[in-house]
Design a binder for this molecule. Structure first.
Ligand SMILES: [Zn+2]
Length: 313
């Protein structure tokens, strides 16, 4: 029994990193295993109060295995306990992708079509009607693509049983969440990230209108080695000069982790304004809202209540 276990584990459980399976290039051109092998070693199994866990492992390239599965089917298996909702969700997506054979790549469709077209040109001399000619060409193209298509078991069963392209186990209703979100943000403006970024932006950006602020800048996390960079920033830097950065005011929740970066000249960013149209300037019933919207969009402000001072109209 023990001998059998040793042979199965030795032949199928050892992780070997190769370019074809798991090695990926990361920054600076280093090759790193995407499965993060070799794994953390531990003399015994543990689960701590933060949900971190490790199986007993004395060799860094051995997949976790379940003895019963390994002994029964004699193949590689990699087990892990699911300690939280995110990992459970990820595992279910992963399995569903496999089971339903999602269509990921279709970049050989045009090559298949060309093959069908060439075949059609060689084998269609006997057809005299143009309509039949085209009908046959379409049929052959469809056949060529269809023959190479990968179908999942559930999909094949659904077609065989005549259930159609999709089966819904539940009935769905639409929920317009943007309405709820707008009500929430009106009640608690501090929850609005874009608004909060604008309100607590650094002094370098004080003259930017809201539109310019959105188009001309973007948020970026501050790298952990930033303090080193600040010390060495007086030294000549290699590579392209860094874009200008602006730090948030202290009150911003992300002032220590994120900053605003100003795009360099000639960037190609534009706004995509989502939501209803702006009110029309010639419509007297919405003229005030129009003026307020334009002021909010095109003038610099940090708190929206300061757009209209007591003495302005
Ligand atoms: Zn690997």
């Amino acid at each position: 029994m023990h001998d059998h276990e040793c042979r199965v584990v030795q032949s199928s459980q050892i992780h070997t990193c190769t370019r074809a399976t798991c090695l990926r290039f990361v920054r600076h051109g280093n090759l790193v295993c995407k499965r993060r092998a070799p794994w953390h070693l531990s003399v015994e199994e543990y689960v701590d109060e933060h949900g971190d866990w490790n199986p007993k492992r004395t060799y860094g390239f051995l997949n976790n295995y379940c003895l019963a599965i390994s002994m029964t089917i004699c193949c590689n298996n990699d087990i892990k306990p699911l300690t939280n909702g995110k990992e459970t969700k990820d595992a279910i997506w992963y399995k569903t992708d496999y089971a339903t054979k999602k269509q990921s790549k279709n970049n050989n469709v045009s090559a298949l079509m060309v093959k069908a077209l060439l075949y059609h040109q060689d084998h269609s001399d006997h057809i005299d009607s143009l309509l039949k000619h085209n009908h046959m060409l379409l049929f052959q193209c469809q056949q060529a693509v269809n023959r190479e298509m990968e179908l999942s078991g559930p999909q094949v069963m659904a077609y065989l049983m005549g259930w159609g392209d999709n089966i819904h186990s539940h009935h769905y209703v639409t929920l317009y969440w943007s309405l709820v979100k707008r009500a929430l943000l009106a009640a608690f403006p501090q929850l609005d990230q874009q608004h909060s970024r604008q309100e607590h932006r650094g002094d370098e950006l004080a003259s930017f209108s809201f539109l310019n602020f959105i188009v001309e800048t973007y948020e970026e996390s501050i790298p952990s080695n930033e303090h080193v960079k600040r010390i060495t920033s007086s030294l000549p830097q290699r590579g392209r000069p860094q874009n200008e950065r602006s730090h948030y005011h202290e009150q911003h929740p992300c002032s220590h982790t994120h900053c605003q970066v100003i795009w360099c000249k000639g960037h190609n960013t534009l706004t995509n304004i989502v939501g209803p149209w702006f009110p029309h300037c010639n419509d007297p019933t919405t003229h005030d809202l129009y003026c307020a919207s334009m002021l909010a969009l095109l003038t610099p402000w940090q708190e929206i209540s300061t757009l209209k001072e007591d003495n302005t109209t």
